[in-house]
Design a protein around this ligand. Sequence first.
Ligand SMILES: Cc1ncc(COP(=O)(O)O)c(C=O)c1O
Length: 375
Amino acid sequence: MTVNRRDWLKQSSLAALGLGFSLRSLANEEGLPRQFGSGLGIINLGSNENPYGISPLSKKAITDMLGEANRYPFNIASLKTFKNEIADYYKLSPGQLLITAGSGEGLNLLARYYSGGNIVAGDPTFGILPNTAKKIGTQVIEVPLTYDKVHDLDAMLKAINQQTKLIYICNPANPTTTILPPAQLRDFCDEASKKTVVAIDEAYIDYVEPPDNESMLAMIDRNPNIIILRTFSKIHAMAGLRLGFVAAHPELIQKLSADYFGNTQFCTSVLTQAAVLASLKDEEHRKNSKQKNAAARKYTVDALEKMKYRVAKSHTNFLFFQLKNYKDDFAKEMLDKNNILIRSTNYSDGNWCRVSLGTQEEMQQFIKVFKEKNA
Ligand SMILES: Cc1ncc(COP(=O)(O)O)c(C=O)c1O
């Protein structure tokens, strides 16, 4: 590692400012040290990654595909139907899908496509779409979440005006981990989509338990003003492989594609595509990840609540909880003193932490450190 830790911290704080993530800790994706983990002894609970890794079927698919890595995806027989297979799995038509290199690209694309008016979003919410919008001069109307850290749908509906191009809902919500009941969200989509376009980011939907895990994907068949974003970075554990999609009415998908690569076959690698197709066939692996995540979540929430922390009800692979009295940059202290990477932000109602759920052992280490701090 050529950058020492102090320099890295300095650089990452600059990157954090530049990126304008709504969670302003040092622990941003751009600034991660190259060798965290065993080398530096850092436990990374900062990026909501899936610590259990990709399916063994995906690993084999990648290895088998390595010999074809010199080819474009469209020249490989087993990948010619890639988009159709994704569409089939999600009960969509291929025309309703835009494949992107991670859903972050989809969010960025939407911010650029729906510019020139305003965008309505929760506050706080996941940063890519609103921050990109702000960067290019679009007004973002930020609607505070409720006391329970849930999107305030009535207030969001009221915030829509003549200039509103898009409303963004992250469900389950990042950074706050909460969900909206499906019936309530469906009614909201019906109502809001009469006035503007509604984009629902379902990055963490696979962690939600039934009956609350109902996706809004089915709505796009009957409503041209609904857009859904999904990613393979979370339950499929493919954050490093980069695959996501935007699902919407075929006419909109065509227009968005024209603003993207035209042919999305160019935006993702043959290794990624092979891994994704294999992962879709390994439901058992995903079930296993989900169960381990739920166990680590229960352990961590119980321990924090026992210490009297206020923890938002999590339906995801991360937690959001309020510190008691701490006023400084808590994420920085955790990294500097304890080698644990988390996020923390000062909001009007206090200092809140976002902590990704690592393995049981990692969470035990986190709780051990936390008990000593009583922050
Ligand atoms: C709510 C939400 N949407 C989208 C993303 C982007 O994920 P990716 O670009 O890896 O698909 C993330 C990543 O953490 C997220 O939390």
